[in-house]
Design a protein around this ligand. Structure first.
Ligand SMILES: [Cu+2]
Length: 374
């Protein structure tokens, strides 16, 4: 019940801020109603569309809805500490095990993750109660897999087997209010006050092969959990502009975790910036180039049930800094039967990764999506 009432409070907060801003802005807008969106096409915009993985960048016209579905696959393979690549033999028998001294725990690591795939299905809805405020809600479904090599307790160079852990289910749910801060000519600034509700599980379990050669069922490490377990505040700020067939934008997004979750830890706060340039080729087709940078803290606290001679069980081995570049395509027919529909795809590839402690490094993430405004 405590959880539910807090969720309600947070949702109410997000909506109230939205409502009061909308009231304040309404006065301002009245005299200018037709200058703003004379053609009432909302984000079915002039200029090219934003890349499909960019969210919270646009407002809708009063009374307009948008539904969206996005699919993202993120692939991680190979390990890295800081900016240096590590092979399994640079980890097994080398990196200290923080649980050393506890029953059955060797002094150094014995289990090495080699690959992880994360699939994420995102369903979102947007609605604009006024021209200056758009409300947004998004639900997620996650499907994750991680492959590992286990080395012998008595001989860290001897591989005794491999195993894969899996977890899937709904992730955390996002709510946000977007509000217009500035609009003039071809330039627009949109602010975001968002929140994340801890609807994703943080006690997923799986079967692993331990260094003694036994299959045991344990609580999976942080990376394989579906949610953060905390209420999070997600502020954002986006600038977009367009001129002729060109469009561009720059955005900041944050995720700040409030308090500690039920398993005694807090995921690292995250701050991300990105900027893009898009060009409309004609016939509703556009392409985009983007650069994205993010920094994430390591985990604070520790789940007493996550223990093992593996890097992912150590809360210090999370977070880091990353710069990625992305290429995207979009298709928004604009007129006729397909008016309001938009399709997009984008691939992001890291060009720089500086990770806290040994971690799997990201290879790419690919997103495709469809959205419909009406
Ligand atoms: Cu929208």
């Amino acid at each position: 019940m405590k959880t539910l009432s807090f969720a309600g409070l947070l949702a109410g907060m997000v909506l109230c801020v939205g409502a009061s801003i909308s009231q304040a802005q309404e006065l301002k807008v009245t005299g200018d109603e037709h200058g703003m969106h004379a053609n009432h096409q909302g984000h079915i915009h002039e200029g090219p569309a934003s890349p499909v993985s960019v969210m919270g960048d646009h407002l809708h016209d009063e009374g307009e809805w948008m539904l969206s579905y996005r699919f993202m696959r993120m692939e991680m393979e190979g390990n890295r500490n800081g900016t240096s690549d590590l092979g399994p033999q640079d980890i097994s028998g080398v990196v200290a095990n923080r649980f050393s001294g506890m029953a059955g725990q060797p002094a150094t690591l014995r289990i090495v993750p080699t690959e992880m795939t994360m699939d994420m299905h995102m369903i979102g809805a947007m609605y604009a109660p006024t021209d200056w405020v758009t409300l947004m809600v998004m639900g997620n479904y996650l499907d994750m897999e991680m492959d590992h090599i286990t080395f012998a307790g008595g001989n860290p160079a001897l591989e005794i087997g491999r195993f894969t852990t899996e977890s899937n289910g709904i992730g955390d749910t996002k709510l946000a209010t977007l509000f217009g801060l500035y609009e003039a000519g071809n330039h627009q600034v949109v602010g975001k006050i968002g929140g994340s509700l801890p609807t994703g599980s943080i006690d997923e379990t799986g079967t692993i092969l331990n260094p003694m050669g036994a299959n045991v069922r344990i609580r999976l490490p942080y990376a394989m959990q579906l949610g953060t377990g905390t209420y999070d505040i997600e502020p954002g700020l986006t600038y977009t502009g367009h001129q002729g067939d060109w469009g561009w934008g720059a955005q900041y997004n944050g995720r700040i975790h409030l308090g500690e979750n039920g398993e005694d830890y807090t995921r690292g706060d995250k701050h991300a910036v990105n900027a893009w340039l898009a060009y409309l080729w004609g016939g509703g087709f556009s392409s985009s180039a983007r650069v994205a940078a993010e920094t994430e803290d390591s985990i604070d606290g520790i789940d007493p049930q996550i223990i093992g001679p593996v890097q992912t069980a150590d809360p210090d081995n999370y977070g880091g800094e990353r710069v990625e570049i992305g290429l995207g395509i979009n298709f928004s027919p604009g007129d006729g039967a397909l008016r309001g529909h938009e399709f997009g795809a984008e691939i992001l590839v890291p060009v720089y990764q500086d990770l806290n402690g040994p971690q799997l490094e990201r290879d790419y993430s690919f997103t495709m999506g469809y959205r419909f405004a009406f």
